[in-house]
Design a protein around this ligand. Structure first.
Ligand SMILES: C[S@@+](CC[C@H](N)C(=O)[O-])C[C@H]1O[C@@H](n2cnc3c(N)ncnc32)[C@H](O)[C@@H]1O
Length: 275
């Protein structure tokens, strides 16, 4: 952060009352619950948007976001307040499990996988490399979705700072990635043949799901933590509806489905199979 930015942010005050209104808006629009401890985070993230719009108070920004004809700004709010931390092959045991399942997959079926909160795309590309390596059918698709338009735009590029590549096995780097040159030096780019299997779409897990078909594997990782108990249950039920019988659901290491449904049976820590 530049010195000037720091000064600006420090001069702004986010009152508890205005914070509560941002919280309710975020809940209404995305289902995400922002805890009381998130006030400093909200202030820091929205301050950037205030500077871009040259507004001088959070009250002004709240008015703008709430104006009925300004859906665009709601999207900016969602983009600013979602947390997008991710990495390649995060929770490696999930990709090992997937490889084993793919090895025993019927060759007549095109595999469909959903990365249901894909953030900047590392999860989707990790899935794509895993399927490409263990492919049992030439036709396979990955749907990668998120509620945040900025992370989706970046995911679609398939271009990452080389420093993020350390968790990608070397043989995959050689096979599926290109090294950026000139203006793209220091970047890795996923190859077109791999990218063409992935479709990135904007999708709110808290809304009615569009017609996206059913999947053999759904990765719903590190997103349930942002919802309350009721929303979590609703989202899990929607995921069950989108799994083929016998399909698998993966959640994050700090998440649990305990007591939530009888329609999924645990097969390994954080991996469930539709009964
Ligand atoms: C911490 S990231 C998880 C990324 C990846 N799944 C992983 O485990 O590395 C959480 C993602 O969930 C997305 N998200 C939050 N609320 C959402 C919603 N209502 N619908 C869809 N995605 C949502 C955020 O935008 C963010 O990119």
């Amino acid at each position: 952060m530049k010195k000037n930015d720091m000064l600006d942010t420090n001069q702004l005050t986010l009152s508890k009352q205005v914070f509560e209104q941002f919280k309710s808006l975020m809940f209404k629009e995305s289902g995400v619950t922002l805890g009381e401890e998130k006030q400093a985070m909200v202030k820091a993230r929205l301050a950037k948007r205030l500077r871009q719009l040259q507004l001088s108070s959070f009250e002004q920004y709240l008015q703008l976001v709430k104006s009925p004809d300004n859906r665009q700004e709601i999207q900016h709010l969602i983009d600013a307040l979602t947390t997008n931390e991710t990495s390649f092959f995060r929770e490696a045991q999930h990709f090992e499990f997937l490889s084993r399942q793919l090895a025993s997959f019927s060759v007549t079926v095109p595999i469909r996988i959903w990365s249901a909160a894909c953030s900047t795309g590392e999860e989707a590309y990790s899935l794509a490399m895993t399927v490409a390596e263990n492919r049992c059918h030439p036709d396979w698709q990955i749907l990668a979705s998120d509620i945040n338009t900025q992370v989706l735009a970046s995911a679609g590029l398939g271009m990452y700072d080389i420093s993020r590549a350390c968790s990608i096995p070397r043989r995959y780097l050689i096979k599926y990635c290109l090294k950026g040159v000139r203006s793209q030096a220091g970047q890795l780019l996923f190859s077109e043949p791999l990218k063409q299997h992935i479709r990135f779409v904007l999708l709110n897990l808290d809304g009615e799901l569009p017609e996206i078909g059913r999947f053999h594997f759904i990765f719903l990782r590190n997103v349930l933590i942002y919802f309350n108990e009721i929303k979590r249950k609703q989202i899990i039920n929607k995921m069950i509806g989108k799994l083929v019988p016998g399909g698998y659901l993966f959640i994050g290491h700090s998440e649990s489905l305990r007591g939530m449904t009888d329609l999924l049976r645990p097969v390994q820590a954080t991996i469930y199979q539709k009964c």
